[in-house]
Design a protein around this ligand. Structure first.
Ligand SMILES: CCCCCCCCCCCC(=O)SCCNC(=O)CCNC(=O)[C@H](O)C(C)(C)COP(=O)(O)OP(=O)(O)OC[C@H]1O[C@@H](n2cnc3c(N)ncnc32)[C@H](O)[C@@H]1OP(=O)(O)O
Length: 262
């Protein structure tokens, strides 16, 4: 029992990136370090609330996949530069200040404890990767960067679809399009409403997306109703002249304990 308790504490330290002090019997007393966003995970860790979550609970510095890499086409880089420039505005006297847009960093891992109320096995902990960031070869899968505008409650994603995302010959698979739409709308919903899960995604495919092309995924808040966040989404060609896909999404706010079986 004590041994199990110690394992839970050790595991929790891995989630939160914190060190916990232990008493003579190896029982947790209090966190030694407390920074970052507070997340109440519910059971099975009720004895050591309040929990705090560091932004990155792993020891090595993660790669930010939203930054340009060698696989990005000229079009992708141009659009990145365009939206990146909107993240800062010039002020009188020559300085700059933050603009209305933000580039959202993007990593290939989430927290180690993710499902079913149980700790993931060590193998899963080590191997789990975010679905959209799990292809090592640059440019082969999902290359994308999301910019958000909190004031206007919308975001735009610049998305370059790599050769491993083929569905119909020479064009992007519908499931891959659904994936990027879920990611972008989900990012907007969680940016505006905190932790959410996709409850419903409704997609109309209007025209195929050529493999290797760069498209824009626009997402806007439609409305919120209690725990429900409704968003809309349009995927267009880079110049906006062609509508490829449109979608609506419903995201339901969750207590993070939902993911831990609480
Ligand atoms: C920057 C960081 C980035 C992070 C960026 C990460 C981006 C990736 C985003 C990926 C997101 C995913 O893929 S998430 C993975 C796919 N999704 C899932 O696996 C979700 C599985 N479903 C669930 O866990 C659950 O059903 C929930 C959480 C969705 C809802 O369950 P619940 O919490 O018990 O809530 P419940 O009472 O059922 O519903 C609450 C309200 O929503 C309504 N509601 C619930 N489901 C539906 C539905 N399908 N269609 C219509 N309405 C619905 C209910 O009628 C109710 O309305 P009312 O009575 O209040 O009016």
């Amino acid at each position: 029992m004590l041994r199990r308790g110690f394992q839970l504490v050790k595991g929790l330290g891995q989630i939160t990136g914190q060190k916990f002090s232990t008493g003579r019997n190896g029982i947790t007393i209090r966190p030694l370090l407390s920074t970052g966003t507070q997340w109440d995970t519910g059971s099975p860790f009720q004895t050591i609330r309040p929990l705090t979550m560091s932004p990155w609970p792993f020891s090595t510095q993660p790669r930010d996949y939203s930054l340009p890499n060698a696989s990005w086409s000229e079009e992708m880089k141009r659009l990145y530069d365009h939206y990146n420039a909107l993240c800062e505005v010039e002020v009188e006297g020559g300085g700059k200040r933050k603009g209305p847009w933000r580039r959202l960093p993007s990593y290939n891992r989430t927290i180690k404890y993710a499902t079913g109320g149980r700790c993931l096995s060590k193998v899963l902990q080590a191997k789990a990767r975010l679905f959209t960031r799990n292809i090592e070869e640059q440019g082969a899968g999902f290359e994308y960067v999301v910019f958000s505008n909190k004031q206007e409650k919308r975001c735009v994603c610049v998305f370059q679809a790599g050769h491993l995302l083929e569905g119909p010959p020479g064009h992007v698979h519908g499931g891959a399009i659904a994936t990027i739409i879920d990611s972008v709308t989900g990012t907007l919903a969680s940016y505006l409403s905190g932790p959410v899960m996709t409850a419903n995604l409704s997609i109309n495919y209007r025209s195929p997306i050529p493999l290797g092309s760069v498209v824009l995924v626009h997402s806007s808040l439609e409305r919120t109703e209690g725990r429900k966040t409704f968003v809309t989404c349009q995927v267009t060609s880079a110049d906006g002249s062609k509508l490829h896909t449109e979608a609506t999404g419903l995201f339901v706010s969750i207590n993070v304990g939902h993911l831990f079986g609480a």
